[in-house]
Design a protein around this ligand. Structure first.
Ligand code: CO8
Length: 258
C-alpha cells in the first residue's frame, strides 16, 4: 500500500516504517498516525515479519504532534474525538517487537511515540524532550508517565516543567535509550539488532516482550508469577524443543516460529 506520510519497506523479516513529512520535521498529524496504524496492522498480520522498526529522518524522528493541526481545536473538539487515544497507542498494542531508531529531534509526541516502542536505539545526534509546557499544554500521549518510568521522577519532572531537551548521551545514561551509535551507522546497527531479534522464535519473543512490559503494569510478585506461567507455557512450543536440542547437539537452532 502507498502512503502519503510514511515509507514502508521490508528488509527480510524486519518491517521498517519511516516517518516521512520532511517539511514539518515529521510532525505527527492525524493522517500520519492513521497511516501508522494501517502500516502496523499490516506488519502484524504478515507472517514473514518478525520485528518492526520505526524511524524518521536524520534531522527529526518526529518534532511532536502537529501543532498547526492542534491549534484551532477547542476543548469540545478534543474531548469528543478523544484526541490521541483513537490511534496514537497502536504501537503499544503491537505483539511483535518494535524498535525505535531515533536520530535528531524526538520531541513531545515524537518522544512519546519512541517510548511506546519496546526499546530505543539513538544516533549521537538524537535530542529528546517534552516541550509541551512551552505551548501551554503538557504531554498527552503518555509522556509524563513513560518518561518518569524510564528516567525517574526528578529528571522527568525537570524536563516536563522546563521543556529542556536531553541529548543522546544523557538519554543513554538515564536509561531512556538502550544505546547510542554514530549517526551514520544508525540504520545499519538497528537493522542488525532487529535481524537478531527476528531470528529468534517469534512466539517466544512475543511472550518475552509481554513479560517485560508486565513489569510496568503490576507488582513484583504478580509480575514474577506471570513470567513463570509464560515460561512454563514455552515448554509446549516446538521452538523450545528445537532450541534446547540445538544447544545439546552443538548446532544452530532452526526455529519454526511455533
Ligand atoms: N508541528 C507542526 N509543524 C512543525 C512542528 C510541529 N510539532 N515542528 C516543526 N514544525 C515545522 C515548522 O513549523 C517548520 O515549518 P515551516 O517551514 O512551514 O515554517 C518546519 O517544521 C521546520 O521547523 P523549524 O523551522 O522550526 O526548524 P528548526 O530547525 O528551526 O527547529 C525544532 C526545530 C526545535 C524542533 C522546532 O521546529 C520546534 O520547536 N518544533 C516544535 C517542537 C514541539 O513543541 N513539539 C511538541 C508539540 S506538542 C505535542 O507533541 C503534544 C503531544 C501530545 C499528543 C498529541 C496527540 C495528537
Amino acid at each position: 500500500m502507498a502512503y502519503q506520510n510514511l515509507l514502508v519497506e521490508k528488509k527480510g523479516a524486519v518491517g521498517v516504517i519511516t516517518l516521512n513529512r520532511p517539511d514539518a520535521l515529521n510532525a505527527l498529524n492525524k493522517a500520519l498516525m492513521d497511516e501508522m496504524t494501517l502500516a502496523l496492522d499490516d506488519y502484524e498480520a504478515d507472517d514473514d515479519i518478525h520485528c518492526i522498526v520505526i524511524t524518521g529522518s536524520a534531522k527529526a524522528f518526529a518534532a511532536g504532534a502537529d501543532i498547526k493541526e492542534m491549534q484551532p481545536k477547542s476543548y469540545m473538539d478534543v474531548y469528543k474525538e478523544d484526541f490521541i487515544t483513537a490511534n496514537w497507542e497502536r504501537a503499544t498494542r503491537c505483539r511483535k517487537p518494535v524498535i525505535a531508531a531515533v536520530a535528531g529531534y524526538a520531541l513531545g509526541g515524537g518522544c512519546e511515540l519512541a517510548m511506546m516502542c519496546d526499546f530505543i536505539i539513538a544516533a549521537d545526534t538524537a535530542k529528546f524532550g517534552q516541550p509541551e509546557i512551552k505551548l501551554g499544554v503538557m504531554p498527552g500521549a503518555g509522556g509524563s508517565q513513560r518518561l518518569t518510568r524510564f528516567v525517574g521522577k526528578s529528571k522527568a519532572m525537570e524536563m516536563c516543567l522546563t521543556g529542556r531537551m536531553m541529548d543522546a548521551a544523557e538519554a543513554e545514561r538515564s536509561g531512556l535509550v538502550s544505546r547510542v551509535v554514530p549517526a551514520g551507522e544508525l540504520m545499519d546497527e538497528v537493522l542488525k539488532v532487529a535481524q537478531t531479534v527476528a531470528d529468534m522464535s517469534l512466539p517466544i519473543a512475543m511472550m518475552t516482550k509481554e513479560s517485560v512490559n508486565r513489569a510496568y503494569e503490576t507488582t513484583l510478585s504478580e509480575g514474577v508469577r506471570f513470567e513463570r506461567r509464560l515460561f512454563h507455557s514455552m515448554f509446549a512450543t516446538e521452538d523450545q524443543t528445537e532450541g534446547m536440542a540445538a544447544f545439546v547437539e552443538k548446532r544452530q537452532p532452526q526455529f519454526r516460529h511455533r
